[in-house]
Design a protein around this ligand. Structure first.
Ligand code: CTP
Ligand code: CA
Length: 228
């Protein structure tokens, strides 16, 4: 659809979207990262702008151009992303955490490059857990009427289906909406298309979408508009 075809149902709203993948330093030249391209977050920012919102995009190492119309704040690490999201969220009606945030970071980052020692044992990285930005926003509620949205990339396994894992995560996170993305088999990370189920905070299905990341983004905003 053309940008101008969209309803202006986010007019007057400030939405914050995080996108991309965080990088946690090991030393000055190395990091622990992930394969998030930032495409879904950028699609969310673009479509929110097209629906009339003021948009702040907190971008962590995205592989795609930033959308026109969004205020862009860059972040590298999970800690930087947390600070940037929280600062922007203070006056936001909606916060969408589409970024892939590292769950663990190296406890320390070496000040100089870690060198090989010929024939020696490799270094052992000690990892510590990072702050769960989404859960923190959802439980703390920086603004009383703020809609907090999370994303979850899930695979089915012997402990549960994609939806079962999504439901458990929806309850655990405390967000108003959780967009559950089935990954594996060519879906999800780095690909053009998505296949998502949108859950509310109780784990009930409130929407589904399959198709482009813009179509998924519009389905997310449809669910958000019913809540703001
Ligand atoms: N998230 C976050 N801060 C973190 C980790 C995740 O805000 N430190 C957010 C993501 O941006 C996403 C949601 O939490 O919106 C779900 O991320 P996911 O990795 O699926 O959930 P986890 O709770 O980290 O569980 P898992 O063990 O499956 O990785
Ligand atoms: Ca995680």
């Amino acid at each position: 659809a053309l940008v101008t075809d969209r309803p202006q149902d986010l007019a007057g709203r400030h939405v914050v979207v995080s996108a991309g993948g965080t990088r946690e330093p090991i030393d000055p030249v190395r990091f622990l990262g992930n394969r998030s391209s930032g495409r879904q977050g950028v699609a969310l920012a673009r479509t929110a702008y097209a629906r009339g919102a003021r948009v702040t995009l907190v971008a962590a190492n995205i592989d795609v151009p930033v959308p026109a119309g969004a205020d862009v704040v860059r972040a590298e690490t999970g800690a930087e992303l947390r600070d940037a999201v929280r600062a922007a969220a203070k006056d936001a009606d909606v916060v969408v955490m589409a970024a892939a945030v590292a769950d663990f970071r190296p406890r320390t980052s070496a000040e100089s490059k870690i060198k090989k020692v010929a024939g020696g044992a490799g270094p052992v990285l000690e990892l510590v857990e990072t702050v769960d930005i989404l859960a923190e926003l959802a439980h703390e509620r920086l603004r009383a009427d703020q809609v907090v949205v999370g994303f979850a990339a899930e695979t089915g396994d012997d402990t549960g289906s994609v939806l079962e894992h999504g439901r458990a995560k929806a309850l655990r996170k405390g967000a108003d909406l959780l967009v559950v993305n089935a990954v594996g088999g060519g879906r999800g990370f780095g690909t053009e298309a998505n296949d998502v189920t949108i859950l509310d905070g109780s784990g009930a299905v409130v929407g589904t979408a399959a198709g482009s990341k813009d179509e998924v983004a519009d389905a997310v905003w449809d669910a958000v508009v019913e809540r703001v």
